[in-house]
Design a protein around this ligand. Structure first.
Ligand code: MLT
Length: 233
């Protein structure tokens, strides 16, 4: 269990890596793919996103993401999962750049088995972990390099589901996430509401995003990050 700025490439080689940014990047990626987006390409910088978009026909792509949690000037979409509806994203390639989530994904790319987790697809991720039967590293994007409650509660939810599927060994932080989720599983918002990032986006008026991102197991897909692109596996 690591935050992305602390994780080393050596730690990830040969492991199954689950990248989590519940509020909101991995919830956005999951929602976009469920709603028929062809693929999501996470990039670290705004300039890189814009330059990459020139390789596509205009009607093939959408630029999405945020800086300081708000939409980037000139982009098609913000980092609200509610904007990634079927009528908007179906058949499109999405180039996404966010402050922490897309960077965490890029950091994970030294593994060739990287999946995208959030509360929306907890059980699918747990089932994938069971099937792969490998050592697992959970990378929590956090917020500006700091631990974030919304990510650790999601890690705990995945581990909780996994425990129903098979026995496993885990480190202390993973155990802490497991018990945190267990204590708040009936209403994860009861603990998430104390989080810095949640409060920041609530103040910006994104209450509906928070409500959406906390719907456990709304979708059953495993988004997989391969060769720089996220697709449904
Ligand atoms: C991020 O990647 O930093 C987050 O998804 C930020 C946000 O909630 O917009």
């Amino acid at each position: 269990y690591e935050t992305y700025n602390a994780v080393s490439d050596k730690t990830l080689k040969g492991k199954l890596v689950v990248v989590i940014d519940t509020l909101r990047a991995t919830s956005v990626i999951t929602t976009a793919l469920v709603n028929g987006s062809k693929e999501v390409i996470p990039v670290a910088d705004i300039e890189e996103a814009v330059n990459l978009s020139y390789n596509f026909d205009k009607d093939e792509i959408l630029l999405g993401g945020e800086r300081n949690a708000v939409k980037i000037d000139g982009f098609d979409l913000s980092n609200s999962p509610l904007e990634y509806s079927k009528d908007v994203v179906e058949g499109k390639t999405i180039i996404l750049t966010t402050t922490n989530g897309t960077r965490a994904l890029k950091k994970a790319s030294s593994s060739d088995d990287v999946v995208v987790g959030c509360l929306l697809n907890v059980s699918s991720i747990a089932e994938y972990i069971q099937k792969e039967d490998k050592d697992v590293v959970i990378i929590c994007a956090g917020t500006e390099g700091k631990f974030s409650i919304d990510d650790i509660i999601t890690a705990g939810a995945i581990l909780h589901k996994l425990k129903e599927l098979k026995p496993y060994e885990s480190d202390d932080l993973s155990k802490a996430s497991y018990f945190l989720y267990e204590s708040f599983k009936d209403n994860v918002l009861d603990i998430m509401k104390y989080g810095y990032h949640l409060n920041r986006i609530e103040k910006l008026g994104y209450h509906d995003d928070v409500e959406f991102c906390t719907r456990i197991d709304m979708f059953s897909i495993v988004p997989k990050y391969i060769n720089g692109v996220v697709k449904i596996c």
